[in-house]
Design a binder for this molecule. Structure first.
Ligand SMILES: C[S@@+](CC[C@H](N)C(=O)[O-])C[C@H]1O[C@@H](n2cnc3c(N)ncnc32)[C@H](O)[C@@H]1O
Length: 229
């Protein structure tokens, strides 16, 4: 849903092209947020990732916890988590400065809210431990024919992740041990064909953990929750 701003739909080359204006907002989960060309446009599926994660946190963890979002983009997931419970200490990192600037702009919509956004290549600039780590990192195969209109908005660094799309999720799980408490939840969005690949990565990097895959509303497996409690 777009607030205030115009959406222009043209029929150029018999294809539907949606042109966005520069300053506009999109509703995500429980509020409106600024979106900007060059920063990943939040998707409906990620609201489900957030929703399931919030219900797990509420039932499985104490009230005060540390949460990290890796690859925060426009900040919509991290900010919604902080909005859900002010006792949750939420940090967000991204490799893209453009994304971080938008995250901070979105945080400014909530002057009383605290979320610490900073630049980091995965955990490179992280020094803390977390109870919950949530990520919707790039998971598209390099050769996947992404529609040109998507590439006009979303940056390449938000989409592609190697030949099988698992390059970043592999790195994330490889490095994650140093940054999680003994009891943890890792909530990840994945591609609908990546279940088997993810099982291999989980068994390789977090052999003692438990995990559960969840489907999106289209009945495709799109999320994995890895935990040790
Ligand atoms: C699919 S987008 C998701 C953005 C946001 N979480 C959302 O759901 O709208 C992936 C994000 O991961 C970031 N990213 C890619 N590689 C990264 C890395 N190595 N370390 C941290 N962030 C990274 C991208 O810049 C992008 O903002």
């Amino acid at each position: 849903m777009i607030q205030k701003n115009k959406i222009i739909i043209t029929n150029k080359n018999a294809k539907k092209v949606i042109k966005f204006e520069t300053e506009q907002k999109k509703f995500f989960y429980q509020d409106f947020f600024y979106i900007k060309k060059g920063v990943f446009l939040p998707r409906f599926e990620s609201e489900q990732l957030l929703d399931i994660t919030i219900s797990y946190i509420k039932t499985l963890f104490p009230k005060k916890i540390n949460i990290l979002e890796v690859g925060c983009g426009s900040g919509v997931i991290a900010i919604n988590l902080a909005l859900t419970n002010p006792l949750w200490k939420v940090d967000g990192v991204d490799i893209s400065l453009k994304a971080l600037n938008l995250s901070k702009k979105n945080l400014n919509l909530h002057p009383l809210l605290k979320v610490n956004f900073k630049k980091s290549d995965l955990f490179q600039n992280i020094t803390k431990k977390y109870h919950v780590i949530i990520a919707n990192l790039p998971y598209v195969e390099n050769t996947f024919p992404i529609k040109p209109q998507i590439l006009k908005w979303d940056p390449v660094c938000a989409l592609f992740a190697g030949v099988d799309g698992l390059k970043l999720l592999d790195k994330l799980l490889q490095q994650i041990n140093k940054y999680i408490y003994k009891k943890y939840l890792i909530a990840l969005e994945i591609g609908y064909k990546q279940k088997e690949g993810m099982i291999k990565l989980i068994k390789k990097h977090l052999p003692k953990s438990h995990f559960i895959f969840k489907k999106d509303y289209a009945q495709k497996i799109r999320f994995v929750f890895i935990y040790f409690l």
